[in-house]
Design a protein around this ligand. Structure first.
Ligand code: ATP
Ligand code: MG
Length: 368
């Protein structure tokens, strides 16, 4: 995938900006708070229909305005595409590809793929389980649009069940709880299958990067740790039985606590280097390496599944890495369109394949 042109209207601190991108490396330089991340975010938004840092699309509208519009000209494989993403407070979101309205969010990720790499992502390793689940879920949603639907249905069911668990006095409480549990096991057993098989794939790809990066000294394993002990989660029927058994076991406790206590909403993903859990024993550098390997792995998985590389978005990441990891990353981005933001020196040189832009107060200017 290659983005040729981006146009932003009233997006964050941009009023009207048009940028023609290099098919390979684009470096956006500028001081803090000028709009570098805002620009990357607009491209990410196009691929995911959600921002990675705003709670609501409303926050993306330029202060004082009532709508924003993004336009992208890009190539998916060799196919030229024109995309429009409009959001207004009154009419909500409207997305079009080549003039045709995209009816589902998932259509976005079918046409337009990105992999984002930002410094905050180290929290994925260090932080709560939810962040690791989100990493895996977002990646699977990108590849399998029907996963997004199952995930949404599952989460809706958990919410509904939690509401019910707070109303024990209802006359038909028990049979209603049975209905929610049945639905949860239907959706949950599928989530487990998808998460397990994707994590295995991710682990295979990421391991190869870690081997190369550390000259074989550090062996990386990424492991799906479902909420319940299960050797293998490939069999949906077996997952369903395990999940049902667990819900029976926790039934009384769930009723007492008024909360759903078991299910894939409690799953975790473990990153293990040479047998040790990186969250507990890893150094900062190892955590960064893990994320680096995961992101490069995702890039290749997309290439294998879709036939084209996603656009790589590197937000202020080069300065966070040591020389060795920097050069590993700059070597691996070759041949893939990349947009890099930085405040100072990027370590990259201007060439036919690398264009520099200055970002200042919502204006993006190509450096000559
Ligand atoms: N909805 C909005 N309307 C107008 N301006 C906004 C809006 N949202 C954010 N901004 C402004 O955008 C600026 C931040 O932009 P951005 O996060 O892209 O900075 P940056 O260039 O990446 O800086 P840093 O180097 O610190 O990461 C802030 O000044 C903020 O006030
Ligand atoms: Mg920034």
């Amino acid at each position: 995938m290659k983005i040729e042109r981006v146009k932003l209207f009233n997006y964050r601190n941009f009023s009207e900006e048009e940028v023609f991108l290099n098919p390979e490396v684009n470096v956006l330089r500028g001081q803090n708070a000028q709009g570098k991340t805002n620009f990357l975010e607009s491209i990410y938004l196009f691929s995911q229909a959600k921002s990675y840092r705003a709670a609501s699309e409303k926050d993306l509208i330029k202060f004082g305005c009532d709508s924003f519009l993004l336009e992208m000209d890009f190539l998916t494989g060799d196919m030229p595409m024109h995309g429009e993403y409009k959001f207004s407070e009154s009419e909500k979101r409207e997305v079009k590809f080549n003039g045709i309205k995209a009816s589902k969010n998932s259509l976005l990720s079918e046409h337009f793929k990105t992999v984002l790499f930002s410094p905050e992502e180290i929290d994925v390793i260090k932080g709560e389980k939810e962040l690791r689940r989100n990493l895996i879920d977002d990646a699977i949603c990108n590849l399998r649009p029907n996963y997004a639907k199952i995930l949404k249905d599952y989460n809706k069911c958990v919410k509904q069940k939690n509401i019910l668990l707070k109303k024990r006095e209802l006359k038909n409480f028990d049979s209603m709880l049975d209905v929610w549990n049945l639905r949860l096991s239907e959706y949950g057993s599928r989530l487990m299958m998808y998460r397990g098989s994707f994590t295995r794939l991710l682990s295979q790809y990421a391991k190869l990067h870690m081997d190369e990066l550390t000259e074989g000294k550090e062996e990386l394993l990424i492991k799906y740790v479902p909420f319940i002990e299960a050797e293998n989660t490939d069999n949906i029927e077996e997952n369903k039985d395990l999940f049902n058994y667990s819900m029976e076991k926790y039934r009384r406790a769930e009723i007492e606590r008024g909360q759903s206590l078991t299910g894939p909403h409690r799953d975790d993903i473990e990153f293990i280097i040479n047998g040790n859990n990186v969250k507990l024993f890893g150094s900062q550098g190892q955590m960064r390496s893990c994320i680096l390997c995961v992101k490069l792995a995702m890039t290749e998985i997309i290439k294998d599944r879709c036939g084209f590389y996603p656009v790589l978005l590197l937000d202020d990441i080069l300065s966070e890495l040591d020389k060795k990891r920097q050069s590993y990353l700059t070597d691996k981005i070759k041949g893939k369109q990349t947009i890099i933001t930085c405040t100072g020196v990027s370590g990259l040189r201007r060439s036919k394949r690398t264009t520099f832009f200055t970002v200042e107060n919502g204006k993006i200017t190509k450096e000559q």
